[in-house]
Ligand binder design. Structure first.
Ligand code: GLN
Length: 310
């Protein structure tokens, strides 16, 4: 790293001062990442440095001239190198925010995405308006537990069953559950291609399944392809396998008048409409994401057309 002018007034710090200040380190590192075509370089650098200095990001701005100790510099460098190797920022920080909840996150589960908050918003709207005293919710593919925990937290009267095929993901989701003290969720290991869903019926079934096709998987950025659990991202086929299975399984356990909400890929609306119609669903709505792509399919069991009276 280059050596900016050193501020002499800081010899009294216990750890040796480095030649870097908050500002010079931010600027240098941002440029380094930008030249290598990383998106949101400055934001990521600021978030990493804020974490090292145990500050919130905006407070960095009040301390631009603060010199870093050698120790602080060393821990920043360690994190910076991970980001340079394309590890997602959230895995480096070890936490992320989802629907206002702070969740622990690591390579055991998919990094929660902002689009998925749209699914949860829709779910909350529905549950808040529900007449059921204790609405039952099924989440297929818990991952970090983000969807289930957000629903359970924001609508405490509901009960959530949350399934994932990965033991590692289940462990992480339970760690998040314990840390947040949320009691109305049960995380269970289950494979929706083999195991039966838990007994009973559900007022709401939600899922953000692995919908990336194998072909598109190979084109994804290294952050996803090389770091996130492959089985949480792709179905190793055409991207539609889970939609088909969810359509069938959910139909068996949906309560009368219940709702299904499934996240899909930007280019799957037509296929999803066909697939869900084939398993007996009537599409109520397909919600768009921030980029204007169709993203959340909302469906109810189709009611058979009444016989026409002639
Ligand atoms: N429910 C998690 C999420 O939405 C995990 C989804 C998945 O693993 N495909 O992020």
């Amino acid at each position: 790293m280059q050596t900016p002018v050193m501020d002499d007034g800081l010899k009294s710090r216990d750890a040796t001062p480095s030649h870097w200040t908050v500002l010079s380190l931010i600027e240098w590192s941002t440029q380094y990442l930008t030249e290598r075509r990383f998106d949101e370089a400055r934001l990521h650098v600021e978030l990493l440095l804020a974490r090292v200095l145990k500050l919130n990001r905006l407070n960095l701005y009040l301390q631009f001239d603060r010199p870093l100790t050698s120790e602080e510099l060393a821990s920043f460098k360690q994190m910076f190198k991970r980001r340079l190797a394309h590890e997602p920022l959230q895995y480096i920080l070890g936490d992320t925010s989802f629907m206002g909840l702070s969740l622990k996150i690591d390579r055991r589960a998919l990094v929660p995405r902002p689009e998925t908050e749209i699914l949860v918003e829709q779910a909350l709207q529905l549950l808040r308006a529900s007449d059921a005293a204790e609405p039952r919710v099924l989440d297929i593919g818990s991952g970090s537990g983000n969807i289930s925990l957000a629903i359970a937290h924001h609508v405490p009267r509901c009960r959530v069953d949350s399934l994932d095929v990965s033991d590692e993901a289940i462990d992480l989701s339970r760690e998040n559950q314990t840390a947040l003290g949320i009691h109305n969720v049960v995380f269970l290991r289950a494979d929706i291609f083999g195991d039966l869903p838990p007994a009973g019926t559900y007022d709401l079934i939600v899922s953000n399944p692995p919908y990336v096709s194998l072909e598109e998987f190979t084109l994804l950025e290294p952050e996803v392809r090389d770091y996130e659990p492959r089985l949480a991202v792709t179905d190793e086929a055409d991207g539609l396998r889970f939609l088909k299975q969810i359509g069938r399984t959910a139909m068996k356990v949906i309560a009368p008048g219940g709702t299904l909400m499934v996240e899909i890929a930007y280019n799957q609306e037509e296929a999803a409409r066909r697939i869900f119609a084939e398993s007996g669903w009537r599409i109520d709505d397909v919600t768009k994401d921030f980029a204007g792509h169709p993203r959340i399919v909302i469906a109810r069991p189709a009611i058979p057309e009444p016989e026409s009276v002639t």
